[in-house]
Design a protein around this ligand. Structure first.
Ligand code: ADP
Length: 553
């Protein structure tokens, strides 16, 4: 803008200067011409008076002057000329000024030289004797005038040029300074030209609009960030060139990277076939789901295309860590297979015994024995099905029993009474060291847990062994311990005994009526009550299982 104003001012100044110059030259030219002609006319008057009285003698006595003086007879013959030799001069009768003078007494004319650079002015007066006296001289033409004045003109032009440059620069800067000084953040405070007031008001209004929109946008972005950052699922948005447009921290964590550069392709985050396939298919407008294994974990990729004006503008990829879910599914599948297997064994026995009885092969005296076998196997089935039901209830979290304060002493007391018969059979003594301590929980589940622990402590004990049940409150919670002096659990099996249907010695366990689900129920029951289970065991020495309840009372 400054440049344009500068150019405009400079152009105007130079144009005005040029116009003035032309005008002044015109006026000067006119002034000098008039003055010059008057001078010649006056001289012609003087000389004509002198010639009339003194004749040619006066002309001959004249000192050479700048003007040319010619005396011409009435027929046009040149009688005298101050510049040229008479014989060389032709008859002047046809000259304009001579003709006029002969006719009217006075004549004048101007003529240019052949080159046009010189102009001659002629003034003629008719004398009383009919002769004509003519005075003439070279007059400045416009070109010669300019040539004569070139030096001062150039000097003035140079000065005008410099002055115009300086003034134009200063003026243009002073015009633009208030505009440049406008604070566009706060245009309403600007002290500038009145003409700019509407524009500044508009800018101020738009500033406020932009501010509001930015606030709205950042609020939405904040909302989105809060949602996506709190997602455990990874979220990735890519454009049609697979460049990452958006990601959340979980996505980077799951893909095992810690930073993303600008315009980085998502394909550089993970080189696996399934990841590439998910993005490629989504960018080809196909919803698709892929499984991806990474660092011993299993991820599900859900990729969807993003459509914009009927074309795919990018893709959204959701990354879910399904390792645990997959493991649970696997366990469930195994559980189903195990359940079928476990149910099949007693059912096969029952069916076998019943078939023999049906065919009448069994002797009368063995009948009771076979019926007893069928009864035992049915009991085993009932216990198994009961355990499976309890476990799946705990597993699915479908139990809607309200938790109430449960006195664990009472539960221990009830359980030991029910198991007294079994303990007596093996000559096992049970020692209880407990106080009346309550926990918030479901009595039925707590009963089942303690029963299973005590049942195992008797079942896997030795003849004449001992079972110690202690209940006390310690710093980290309520400790319930069931310790026996039994066969113990090998170190390698300590974690596995809590798995469903896992038995250290399968045949022994089955023999004594174990389902392989007792400790699983203990583990799930403990989790249901936010309790921790720990196991200490020494082969041939005994086992201690401790449940620590920290949801005290
Ligand atoms: P089960 O119905 O077979 O007893 P559990 O889930 O209760 O099933 O126990 C799993 C396995 O852990 C048992 O088969 C047994 O081998 C072992 N076990 C459990 N409790 C004890 C214990 N107190 N002493 C020794 N082994 C035990």
């Amino acid at each position: 803008m400054t440049k344009r104003i500068f150019t405009a001012i400079f152009a105007v100044a130079i144009s005005i200067f040029a116009a003035c110059l032309v005008l002044i030259m015109g006026v000067l030219y006119n002034y000098f011409s008039v003055m010059y002609e008057t001078e010649i006319q006056n001289e012609a008057q003087y000389i004509s008076i002198a010639v009339q009285s003194a004749g040619e003698d006066y002309l001959n006595s004249l000192t050479p002057s700048t003007n040319r003086i010619t005396w011409i007879d009435s027929d046009g013959t040149v009688l005298y000329d101050s510049r040229a030799d008479l014989p060389s001069l032709e008859n002047h009768a046809d000259r304009e000024e001579i003709k006029q003078a002969l006719e009217t007494g006075v004549g004048e004319s101007s003529r240019y030289s052949d080159t046009l650079s010189e102009k001659y002015y002629y003034y003629a007066l008719r004398l009383d004797d009919g002769t004509v006296l003519r005075v003439s001289n070279k007059q400045y033409s416009v070109i010669s005038l300019i040539a004569v004045m070139a030096q001062p003109i150039l000097l003035v032009a140079a000065l005008a040029l410099i002055l115009s440059l300086i003034l134009a620069a200063r003026i243009s800067k002073s015009i633009t300074r208030p505009i440049n000084n406008i604070d566009l953040e706060h245009p309403e405070t600007a002290d500038t030209y009145d003409e700019l007031a509407p524009l500044l008001r508009k800018i101020s209004f738009q500033n406020k609009q932009i501010q509001l929109q930015i606030e709205e946008l950042s609020r939405k972005q904040q909302e989105l960030a809060t949602i996506t950052e709190n997602m455990s699922e990874g979220l990735l948005v890519v454009d049609e060139r697979t460049d990452i447009l958006f990601y959340n921290t979980s996505a980077l964590k799951l893909l095992g990277t810690d930073k993303v550069d600008n315009n980085q392709s998502a394909l550089t985050l993970n080189r696996s076939e399934s990841f590439r396939k998910a993005i490629d298919k989504a960018l080809n407008s196909q919803h698709n789901e892929q499984l991806m294994k990474l660092n011993h974990r299993l991820y599900q990729l859900i990729a969807n295309p993003v459509h914009l004006e009927n074309s795919v503008a990018g893709a959204v990829i959701l990354i879910l860590d399904i390792t645990e879910k997959e493991e649970r599914d696997k366990l469930r599948r195994e559980f189903t297979a195990n359940v079928s297997h476990e149910l099949k064994t007693p059912l096969t026995s029952i069916s076998g015994f019943a078939e023999i009885m049906k065919n009448g092969i069994v002797k009368e005296e063995d009948m009771q024995h076979f019926a007893g076998k069928i009864y035992d196997e049915s009991q085993r089935l009932i216990t198994l099905v009961g355990d499976i039901i309890k476990l799946s209830q705990l597993d699915e979290n479908t139990i809607e029993m309200t938790k109430t304060p449960v006195d664990l002493y009472n539960v221990i007391d009830s359980v030991t009474q029910r198991l007294k018969h079994l303990a007596d059979k093996q000559n096992i003594s049970i020692e209880i060291n407990a106080e009346h301590i309550s926990v918030i929980g479901v009595e039925q589940i707590l009963d089942e847990m303690i029963f299973n622990l005590c049942d195992n402590a008797i079942k896997y004990n030795k003849e004449g062994g001992k079972v110690f049940i202690t209940l006390d409150e310690q710093n980290d919670g309520i400790h319930l311990s069931v310790r026996d002096t039994g066969i113990g659990i090998p170190f390698a099996d300590r974690n596995r005994v809590f798995e469903r249907f896992y038995r250290v010695d399968k045949s022994h366990s089955k023999e004594i009526g174990g389902t392989g689900l007792g400790l699983s129920i203990v583990k799930h029951g403990a989790a249901y009550h936010n309790a921790i289970v720990s196991l200490n065991s020494k082969i041939n020495n005994g086992t201690e299982i401790i449940i620590i309840f920290n949801n005290v009372k």
